[in-house]
Structures are given as structure tokens and as C-alpha cells.
Ligand binder design. Sequence first.
Ligand SMILES: [Zn+2]
Length: 339
Amino acid sequence: MKEMLENIQKQAIDDIESSLNLKELDIVKISYLGKKGKLTSILKDMKNLTKEERPLIGKFANIVRDCIENKIKKYSEDFFKKEMIIKLEKEKIDISIPAKRQKIGKRHPLSIVLREIEEIFFGMGFSVETGPDIEQSYYNFDALNIGENHPSRDPRDTFYIDSKTVLRSQTSPVQIRVMENNSPPLKIISPGKVFRADSADATHSPVFHQIEGLVIDKGISMSDLKGTLETFIKTLFGEDTKTRFRPHHFPFTEPSAEIDISCFSCNGTGCSLCKNEGYIEILGAGMVHNKVLSRCNIDPNIYSGFAFGMGLERIVMKKFKINDIRLFFENDSRFINNF
Ligand SMILES: [Zn+2]
């Protein structure tokens, strides 16, 4: 029996030495030391030995077992170290490989110009006010002195949610809310989205942006309006830009004017951008109507003020020579990347 044990020891050591990795080593371990392993099965035959032989063979069997176990332990540690080195090598980050280019978004042309316009008005002491996109028809029409039968109230022009609620068709309701909740002096601009029941084409969109302004104080006159808007126009379009005020009618201002600027493409000589007019219409403005002031509990005998409004898309289209308003809302990065 001692001879059999010696053979098993020799065989086991051969097998351990010829195993190539942890997995193979594990199989060798099970085949000798496992429940049905070769060494385990031999030890089960110990009961057939004589009383004298048993302790001697037992002692020897333990030596063989220790020898196999130690050998496996040593090999196992070596394999573990080697495999860990290979694993770390594989997971190493090669910092010399060029990084994947990250796509960084760009500011939308509407945001670029809006920021520029806001900065100009901040410089003149204005602050920014905003209001809800979904507005009571009172704020969108009545408070602005827009009569019951005015065409802009028609559902073909304005989106109604119910008879008293609309998607605001202008940013002017913000002016009313500001006047109701604050006492003069007031100096604000209110940029934001407005909605009109227009089908989209090159020059119309059911959603676009307006920027309105309001100044209320004692002794405000038409010359303040002219000075403020001329400063704004020259800063945005250039010092040489000429302005032209034309009389107009708006229900919420009296007197009212439309303001044109000299074409920045042809400098007033006439081109396709200005349709040979030499001027481009850009703003509506006027002195706030007494009825509007009174409705907002501002005494027109003490205070006066002016208001103005412009379409952001129109300005951006002229400034960057964009010929289709729909490009602003298509979210095509090839378009946005041009600015
Ligand atoms: Zn022109």
C-alpha cells in the first residue's frame, strides 16, 4: 500500500507540474484530494490493514497529502500572480490613443441675438420680466385696450384654450402684469414666446419670439422713446444705422409709430434684402395709452411712458441673412453650427 501511495504522490506531482493555469490546477486538486479523488479512495481501503500497519501507513498517507497540498498551494499562488499581471495588463488604459471627439452643442442664433439685445438694455438700466405663455384673454386683449371686435381676437388668428384663456399672441400681457404689481418708475423688457394661428411657411411660424419694452415715470415723452430706441438700434446694427419713424396705429399706444432702420446690406441704396426700399421695418412703439395706464391703477395725470415691441426672428433673419423662419425650429445642428 505504501508503494501505491508513493505512486500517487509521484503522479500528482507530475500532474501539478504540467498544469498550465489555475483552472487546470483545480481539476488536478479535485482528482486527488476531492471526495472521489485518488488519494481519498485509497485511504478508504485502510480498514483492510492490520493493526500494526494502520498507524504507519496512516502517518505516511498524511505526509503524501501534505506534500500534494503544499505543491498545489505553491503553484496556485504563482498562477494567481501571473494571471493578475495579465489581467492588469489587459485593463491598462493606453493614454496615447486619441480621445473620442465629444460633440459640444452651440448656442441657437435666436439665443445669441437675444443675449446681445438684453445686454444693450441692461446697459440702459432695464431689467427682464417674464410672464405665462398660457394667458387670460383679459391680459392678452382687454387690458391692452383691444376692442371686442378687433380682428386679432378671431380664433383664426389666436389659439384659444377656452373662451377666457389663450396662448398669448404677444408679450404685452407682461407689461400689464408688471404695471399692476409695481408702482412707477418702471423700466423693463419682456422677451418670450408668442403664438399665432398661422401655418408655417418661409416667413410665418405658429410660434415665434417677441421682445417688448416698457418705461413708465414722471415726464416721459416721445423724445425719450426716440433716444432709447436709436441708442438700441445703433448698438445692435452699427453706429451708421439711420432710423425712420412712421406714424402708425396700435390700440394700446397713442401716438404710435413704426420704426424702420436703414438696410445694413446696401446702406440704404436698395437691394433684395430691403426689397429696394433702402429701409427695413423692425419695431412698433408708442406712448402708453391713458386708458391702459388707468386700468393698471397708474394715474395718467402724474405718469407717462412708452412701450415698444419687436420680433426676434425677424431681426435675426435680417442680421444673419436667413431666408426661412422654419430653420429656427427644425433643430438641425448643421444649421445651428453656422453661428
Ligand atoms: Zn438693402
